[in-house]
Design a protein around this ligand. Structure first.
Ligand SMILES: [Zn+2]
Ligand SMILES: [Zn+2]
Length: 89
């Protein structure tokens, strides 16, 4: 009696999405990212978080300083370009 040498399959617990999209969806807000890194960054810094940076010239808020900068460039021409950090006391 030879032992059964069938290859074992280990379940890594990793769910691979083989759908044609191959994208990563945020489980909380259904935002879709092409790369895991994008989703990871979103979950860590964006999802469910209040915007941190505020335009000093109006009520606009953004989650990234650069968002406020480009907002000021396109909405407040000739105004100083800086962002108010609302997590700084
Ligand atoms: Zn999300
Ligand atoms: Zn503004």
């Amino acid at each position: 009696m030879a032992p059964d040498r069938r290859r074992r399959h280990y379940n890594t617990g990793l769910v691979v999405n083989t759908a044609s999209r191959g994208n990563f969806d945020c489980p909380k807000c259904q935002k879709t990212y092409k790369w895991y890194r994008g989703l990871h960054r979103h979950l860590k810094y964006e999802c469910g978080k209040a915007p941190r940076f505020k335009c000093p010239h109006c009520m606009y808020t953004g989650k990234h300083r650069s968002h406020v900068y480009s907002h000021i460039k396109s909405n407040h021409s000739n105004r100083p370009i800086f962002a108010l950090d609302m997590q700084q006391s």
